[in-house]
Design a binder for this molecule. Structure first.
Ligand SMILES: NC(=O)c1ccc[n+]([C@@H]2O[C@H](COP(=O)([O-])OP(=O)(O)OC[C@H]3O[C@@H](n4cnc5c(N)ncnc54)[C@H](O)[C@@H]3O)[C@@H](O)[C@H]2O)c1
Length: 312
């Protein structure tokens, strides 16, 4: 039995998980190259694999067809937009994800992006490094309205943190929203429509998966309805926001700023116009990257894969 692992986090945080898999008699081939595998490189290693642990790798029909022993694919994370789930499941291959292991890390990242915006951290740090001493006046996030579209694990965890910071929360989800009684009873929490959220948020955080329904969820029409002072935060997936429309909205100051952790093409091209704007900030998809989250994700993905291989 063999498991092939592409996420580089295993080389640093996966020793317990690798020992666990080996203790079950499973051969482990993990990525210690320091580089992301190319499609062909990962496929070559995976042809005789019983299980895969995958990051953002494209796992399409061709990949699946070339792995004849495959029983389980586990996403190192939660977004399954890079895996042809339906095709895999039709071939009786389990597709799993590590629900919850990176929730806190991403929620803290969303809050960090909001603080970075409110306190002008990027421009302030840059000015000092450039031997300038520019004193910008920021704002407090206390008392501001945070709209959250996609109120699953990360959306809800973000709301909990934000409530403790005195923010007002407007939440929307396509599914019925169930929250704990503290949040339900809080005067600062309200379930709202997408339109209400778009029109009233000071901070708008997107926490939906990338699906056919959520692609370009925020486009020209929505950006035009947002407050001119609003900041758009996207730590979900590139593709949820129409980036061309966003460029125009930011350039024309229809909204104040956008703080993203994800982009439609990662990394973006050097010519990407959004990167030239001071009111667009992008972190390199590091929302889930904390020591704690990486370790939890290594351990949970290993145990999911071992269970599926052993019980098959
Ligand atoms: N930046 C990062 O490093 C990072 C890390 C983890 C996850 N993510 C992204 O964040 C997303 C959310 O993660 P999660 O753990 O909260 O997942 P989750 O499944 O717990 O929550 C997603 C929520 O979105 C809702 N949703 C789906 N389609 C919708 C729509 N059209 N409109 C409104 N709501 C909709 C779902 O009902 C669900 O409640 C993931 O799918 C992934 O793309 C990013």
């Amino acid at each position: 039995m063999k498991v092939v692992i592409s996420p580089r986090g295993f080389a640093t945080y996966g020793s317990e998980a690798i020992n666990f898999l080996e203790s079950k008699g499973i051969e482990v081939d993990y990525n210690n190259t320091g580089n992301q595998y190319s499609y062909d490189e990962f496929l070559e290693k995976s042809r005789d694999a019983d299980g895969l642990i995958v990051g953002v790798d494209q796992i399409d029909k061709n990949f699946i067809d070339n792995c004849s022993n495959l029983k389980v694919i586990c996403k190192f994370g939660v977004g399954l937009d890079n895996v042809d789930v339906r095709y895999a499941e039709n071939k009786k291959i389990y597709v799993e994800r590590t629900i919850g292991t990176n929730t806190k890390a991403v929620a803290e990242h969303v809050i960090s992006l909001m603080f970075a915006d409110a306190k002008n951290l990027y421009s302030s740090i840059k000015s000092v490094k450039e031997n300038k001493w520019i004193k910008l006046t920021g704002s407090e996030i206390n008392g501001k309205v945070l709209g959250i579209i996609g109120f699953g694990s990360i959306g809800q965890e973000t709301a909990k943190l934000a409530l403790n910071l005195g923010m007002e929360i407007l939440a929307y989800d396509i599914a019925e929203i169930k929250v704990d009684s503290d949040m339900q009873n809080s005067d600062l929490f309200k379930i709202a429509s997408i339109v209400e959220i778009i029109e009233n948020s000071d901070y708008l955080s997107l926490n939906v998966p990338l699906t056919n329904e959520t692609r370009n969820l925020i486009s020209e029409k929505e950006l035009n309805k947002m407050k001119e002072t609003a900041c758009l935060v996207n730590a979900a997936r590139g593709g949820v926001v129409d980036e061309k429309a966003l460029y125009h909205a930011l350039n024309n100051k229809n909204i104040r700023s956008a703080y993203f952790d994800v982009f439609s093409t990662e990394p973006p091209s050097e010519e990407e116009p959004l990167l030239k704007l001071d009111n667009f900030i992008l972190t390199p998809h590091t929302g889930s990257r904390t020591v704690e989250s990486e370790t939890r994700t290594c351990n949970l993905s290993a145990s999911i894969v071992a269970d599926r291989i052993k019980n098959d």
